[in-house]
Design a protein around this ligand. Structure first.
Ligand SMILES: NC(=O)c1ccc[n+]([C@@H]2O[C@H](COP(=O)([O-])OP(=O)(O)OC[C@H]3O[C@@H](n4cnc5c(N)ncnc54)[C@H](O)[C@@H]3O)[C@@H](O)[C@H]2O)c1
Length: 372
């Protein structure tokens, strides 16, 4: 994907932060610690919360409830969208059409259909829309990928994720708390580790009798990947005792050995057979978590180099979640192609902007959404 760049001019990139809830505050810290960006505006529907936060900052920033208006007032060059998932589509669309590139929190949007609309909007406007999948920015994850590659082609990759957090709030009320709010991180990382996309999934969700969540807090999903490898995610969010890392515990089994990562410590590998030469990674890790995705976003804007999480690619991670949910609902294996095809139809039906609809129709005419 090509997008408009903002060449370096010796000044930090002026950013407007939209959404000052729990995660918004983490972003505020990441922005303040990054010399490549400067906060110029704070936006939230709750303008009182944004104003209170702004008053605690060392310098003055514009405050309001409309990202574009605040950006114009504060001299913003890009938007960082940390609103609730339901607001990702409207906030990002308006910003892109106002000529502002967007770095947005995961998930890309509430639905894959909305994600496709955003990918089309990025094409129409020529602006970058990158989704921050913060758990990709982790040196140990990158090292694990290297260890995996040194054992040859993976046959199976597994993640165990067992935690017992009492969040309170919206997660306790969601229909699919584990899959939608958490597992999307691991599903996205699996695509990164295996360097390929899924073809289909069989999934069962469940909620143990002692669960404190309304929706299904446990699930096991088996993905068939394009290489023929299987990716298995199994986990629970009401699983006290011997909890795993928030990154999950990973194991890859390949032709010439096994690699393991417990999610917190350096990964291990046991090679059985020839050592496979691992090419140097094509990109550089620029920081941990959201600090890494923030720097990657700026680097992309400065150079035109496509970042991880570019919307066209990232939408497949949300499609994995939707496919898993559908498989659980129907008791059948579900193909990712069917999810994408239905999402494209849905996106076309819902699209309000004619130019975006033109792009969606062109994908339809070409036989479907152009995944890699
Ligand atoms: N990467 C991670 O590890 C991680 C962790 C937590 C949350 N998240 C993601 O971050 C996002 C925000 O989560 P949170 O926990 O901060 O939620 P939150 O509910 O605490 O905060 C969201 C904020 O967005 C504001 N908002 C909602 N709609 C808006 C709109 N249209 N315009 C402006 N402001 C609007 C709300 O008023 C609220 O202040 C979600 O997408 C979530 O999935 C990511």
């Amino acid at each position: 994907m090509t997008f408009r760049t903002i060449p370096a001019d010796g000044q930090p990139l002026g950013v407007v932060l939209v959404g000052v809830g729990g995660m918004g505050r983490s972003w505020l810290k990441a922005i303040s610690e990054c010399d490549e960006v400067q906060l110029v505006g704070l936006v939230d529907l709750d303008t009182a919360a944004a104003s209170t936060l702004a008053a605690s900052l060392p310098g003055a920033v514009a405050v309001g409830s409309d990202a574009v208006e605040v950006s114009v007032r504060g001299g913003g060059q890009a938007v960082i969208d940390v609103t609730v998932p339901a607001a990702h589509h409207p906030v990002t669309t308006v910003a892109l059409f106002a000529g502002l590139p967007v770095l947005g929190e995961k998930p890309v949007a509430s639905t894959v259909a909305q994600g496709l609309s955003l990918a089309a909007a990025a094409e129409v406007t020529g602006e970058l829309f990158m989704v921050s999948q913060s758990r990709r920015y982790n040196q140990q994850l990158w090292d694990f990928k290297d260890r995996m590659a040194s054992t040859g082609t993976a046959g199976v990759l597994t993640t165990e994720f067992f935690k017992a957090p009492h969040f309170g709030g919206f997660r306790d009320e969601m229909d699919h708390p584990l899959l939608l709010d958490m597992a999307i991180h691991q599903l996205d990382s699996a695509r990164y580790l295996l360097d390929c996309d899924p073809v289909s999934v069989y999934c069962e969700e469940y909620n143990p009798g002692w669960s404190w969540y309304r929706g299904d807090a446990g699930c096991t999903a088996i993905f068939e990947m394009a290489t023929g490898a299987r990716y298995v995610f199994t986990g629970s969010w009401c699983s006290p005792g011997l909890e795993t890392s928030w990154n999950g515990a990973w194991r890859s089994s390949a032709e010439f050995g096994t690699a393991r990562w417990n999610g917190d410590d350096p990964p291990e590998v046991e090679r059985v057979g020839p050592v496979i030469e691992v090419p140097a990674p094509g990109r550089r890790l620029r920081g941990d978590g959201i600090a890494g995705s923030l720097r990657e976003f700026v680097q992309a804007l400065r150079t035109g180099e496509e970042p991880m999480g570019e919307v066209h690619d990232n939408v497949t991670s949300l499609a994995m979640v939707e496919a898993a949910i559908e498989s659980n609902a129907t008791g059948r294996r579900v193909s990712l192609e069917s999810i994408m095809s239905r999402a494209l139809d849905g996106a076309l039906r819902a699209e309000q902007r004619g130019e975006v609809a033109v792009v969606l129709k062109s994908w339809h005419a070409a036989g479907g959404y152009p995944t890699r």
